[in-house]
Design a protein around this ligand. Structure first.
Ligand SMILES: Cc1cc2nc3c(=O)[nH]c(=O)nc-3n(C[C@H](O)[C@H](O)[C@H](O)COP(=O)(O)OP(=O)(O)OC[C@H]3O[C@@H](n4cnc5c(N)ncnc54)[C@H](O)[C@@H]3O)c2cc1C
Length: 384
């Protein structure tokens, strides 16, 4: 008999997972504590090329690609113009490096796709209060006394995961002492398909290409400075931003600024018993490289790649072990890469700034190294 699964959390990763498990023939129940899907949060998501391919396998990319904006190049630079590195998709592939998509569009497309699957049931609002596992199944209780039963459960309930805390998954966490300000804006010079990652000593500022004269902004700053920036009127905010990042001309906000406190965490093993953690519940990284959702989607792809029979009967111990073994290297290396980038560039020492400039220059002058880093940013296998 086909296995059954409970997914706790109907965010973008939870919905992608629901489609993946349903494609494996499973009966899937998705619960969320929020009464309705609400993702109008100002975020624009950079999808690596590898993620677009996963979304195509899930049957979502065709409806998304009309509203996605391609990224052809990434230019990494630091203030005072000491060294930069320029990644071009054409060096490794005929595809773009990735695409940008508003979070609400991504969420809507995943929800619509999940609703097409007859094997997926939604229950919301559903506020879980207890979760237990035994040899044969998992039991999930909610406020109001409703109890659900399934073969396996998946905690996909985001950064402050209830499943993670309730089941006592061992977690490492830290604070970046930074706040990410997101917005969209227009500029008087075209971006030409280039995503800019510019490191200021106080934190990175990223411009991600949308239409030819508009971009999404992610500006990470220490909390006090972020409060100050959020308090400025729109004109003064744009003038200050154009001063620290003068390459796109005059700037005008087209959507209100929103701010996110930035912290990081990962669990030392994302599965135990009959429970799996997926997406931000298992790992939360700094948005500096725009990789958090991409990493969660690669967790989902792992389940999509398994033989359906592995989910049946008593083989879940083998499944939890294999999930941990195969996903942890990607989770740890992506967490370390983003953490290292933030720490390396958030330092005002002149010597370090000079060394960073030399480092960026070296990457630029060694094409094989640059190709490896470009493939990594595109979410592609490092071979080929
Ligand atoms: C400023 C910023 C910019 C970013 N930019 C990028 C980018 O460019 N590219 C990229 O790949 N990633 C990016 N990310 C990361 C990306 O947004 C996250 O990795 C992604 O949203 C995680 O999705 P998720 O489904 O795992 O979690 P979430 O989106 O947090 O969804 C969790 C779901 O679980 C539900 N839930 C929570 N608690 C419970 C509970 N107790 N019971 C039931 N349901 C519950 C919530 O209601 C929600 O629906 C960015 C993040 C930030 C902060």
């Amino acid at each position: 008999m086909a296995a059954s699964s409970l997914i706790i959390g109907a965010g973008p990763v939870g919905l992608a997972l629901a489609v993946a498990l349903s494609k494996q023939g499973q009966a899937v129940t998705v619960v969320d504590r929020a009464p309705a899907c609400s993702s109008h949060d100002g975020r624009t998501i950079a999808l690596a090329q590898g993620s677009c391919k996963i979304l195509a396998r899930l049957g979502v990319w065709d409806t998304l690609k009309g509203s996605a904006h391609p990224i052809h190049e990434i230019l990494v630079s630091q203030e005072k113009r000491q060294g930069n590195v320029h990644y071009r998709s054409q060096d490794v592939s005929t595809d773009p490096m990735g695409h940008l998509i508003p979070m609400e569009r991504l969420h809507e497309a995943l929800l619509a796709r999940a609703r097409e699957e007859a094997r997926i049931t939604f229950l919301r609002p559903f506020v879980p209060t207890a979760l237990s596992m035994n040899q044969d199944n998992v039991l999930l209780q909610a406020e109001g006394g409703q109890t659900l039963e399934a073969d396996m459960c998946f905690g996909v309930d985001g950064r402050a995961s209830w499943v993670r805390d309730y089941l006592g998954f061992k977690t490492r966490s830290w604070d970046y002492d930074q706040v990410g300000i997101v917005a969209t804006l227009t500029h008087t010079r075209p971006h030409n398909g280039v995503a800019y990652e510019h490191f200021l000593a106080s934190g990175p500022v990223a411009f991600l290409p949308l239409t030819p004269f508009s971009s999404a902004l992610v500006w990470s700053q220490p909390p006090g400075h972020a409060d100050y920036l959020m308090g400025l009127d729109e004109g003064a905010f744009c003038d200050l931003l154009a001063h620290v990042f003068p390459f796109l001309g005059e700037l005008t906000l087209t959507a209100p600024r929103r701010s996110y406190p930035l912290a990081g965490h990962f669990v030392t093993a994302p599965a135990k018993g009959r429970a799996f953690l997926v997406g931000d519940a298992a790992h939360g990284i700094h948005p500096v490289a725009g990789q958090g959702f991409n990493l969660g989607l690669r967790d989902v792809a792992w389940f999509l790649d398994q033989e359906p029979r592995l989910f049946e009967g008593t083989s879940s111990a083998a499944l939890t072990g294999a999930y941990t073994q195969r996903r942890m290297p990607d989770i740890v290396s992506m967490t370390a890469m983003t953490h290292g980038l933030v720490k390396l560039f958030s330092n005002e020492s002149r010597t370090l700034r000079h060394l960073r400039g030399v480092g960026l220059g070296i990457v630029n002058r060694i094409p094989p190294l640059k190709k490896i880093l470009t493939r990594h940013a595109m979410g592609l296998s490092l071979k080929g």
